[in-house]
Design a protein around this ligand. Structure first.
Ligand code: XIL
Length: 365
């Protein structure tokens, strides 16, 4: 009799453990999130909805809060998709990260030119930046946990990226952007976000920025390491060293755009600059019908290696966000080579959680 009871208890335990989600387990240690597209938000497919709300407690709009989308003309904002995303998060008890306020890519087209097509003056650009940040952050005051204030402002060698913001305003634009955002929502967290953050020169530049902003009295809560990773980059020791370095500057660390590119890299490909484009070639798209066994094994090992690092550093990390809900949604199907079939995320094309997630969850027990 006892044996039977024990057997039933074990079975119940097994069922229960296997049904646990990242949200219920990893979510106890730090936020676990996904970037969502507007297609995801408006989707009527129950599998999409349950994939999002069962597995994650944090979302980031993938595109609809970027400058070109939310502020298409100087005197016109386009709020509908961003409003819907914030409401979706609230209805499902998830936090929202605003992405992103100052970025050279997907910036509002009109931002840097006057009505005659001439580059605007420093004063005009500061004024436009002020209004953009004040209106966007102000609209969601109290409803967004934190903002990626500046995105991708350094080159890999640690020098300033020569963006229009930099060229027209100078390096003071960082401080201005963080101040404007803080004034618009004093309770919102504020972040600096970038890719290739394990590169020592970039890491040092970002640490300098954090210290400099703090010295100037600006609020900065965390640094985002985008983590558009591959099967052989970044170097895991460098990646861990960056987590420690950022934490040592007195900010939390977030993995803001995690994915693993499973496809071959074209020559000269690197980082995550969205303007990189390479021509389609069949040899660059080898897994149209699914990963091979060895590629699947590599995928599992690689995700486990990253999450092992996150588990070890859980006290320094405040959020890990995957850049997309499922493989069907991943931007890596179209970038940097169009028309490929990638397998970069933890949820497959049918919106089923991949087997490796069970092992990832175990790391957090
Ligand atoms: C990407 C989106 O996923 C794509 O849909 C879009 O076409 C281009 O931008 N770094 C970032 C993200 O900070 O905003 C980018 O998102 C990926 C690289």
């Amino acid at each position: 009799m006892n044996k039977i009871i024990l057997g039933v208890a074990c079975l119940a335990l097994t069922v229960n453990v296997s049904a646990q989600t990242m949200r219920e387990t990893i979510g106890k240690h730090f936020l676990i999130g996904a970037a969502v597209s507007t297609r995801n938000i408006y989707s009527q497919d129950p599998k999409v909805k349950s994939a999002i709300v069962n597995n994650f407690n944090a979302i980031v709009p993938e595109n609809c809060m970027k400058g070109e989308a939310i502020h298409p003309e100087e005197n016109r904002y386009s709020w509908d998709d961003a409003d819907a995303t914030v409401k979706y998060a609230e209805d499902n008890h998830m936090t929202v990260t605003g992405h992103c306020l100052v970025w050279h890519s997907q910036a509002p087209r009109w931002m840097f030119k006057d009505s005659e097509g001439k580059t605007v003056t420093r004063e005009v650009l500061i004024d436009r930046l002020y209004h953009h940040i004040t209106n966007v952050v102000g609209r969601y005051k109290g409803r967004i946990k934190g903002w990626d204030v500046v995105n991708e402002a350094f080159e890999d060698d640690g020098s300033y990226r020569k963006t229009q913001y930099y060229n027209i305003i100078g390096p003071e634009y960082f401080e201005l952007a963080f101040k404007f955002a803080h004034e618009a929502d004093p309770n919102a967290e504020l972040y600096y976000n970038d890719y290739s953050m394990s590169k020592p020169a970039k890491r040092d530049a970002v640490c300098r920025l954090v210290r400099d902003l703090k010295a100037k009295g600006c609020r900065i809560d965390a640094v985002g390491m985008q983590s558009h990773n591959g099967t052989d980059y970044p170097n895991l020791n460098d990646y861990e060293a960056s987590i420690d370095s950022f934490a040592a500057c007195g900010v939390k660390v977030m993995m803001t755009e995690l994915d693993i590119n499973m496809l071959p890299s074209p020559q000269h490909f690197g980082g995550a600059d969205i303007s990189q484009r390479f021509k389609y070639d069949k040899t660059l798209n080898p897994y149209v019908n699914g990963l091979t066994k060895s590629a699947q094994k590599l995928f599992n090992e690689r995700y486990l290696a990253f999450f092992k690092i996150y588990a070890k550093h859980k006290d320094q990390i405040s959020r890990v966000t995957l850049w997309g809900v499922s493989d069907a949604d991943s931007w890596l199907n179209g970038w940097p080579v169009p028309g490929r079939t990638n397998y970069s995320l933890l949820i497959d094309r049918q919106y089923n959680v991949k087997p490796v997630v069970k092992d990832i969850i175990k790391l957090f027990k």
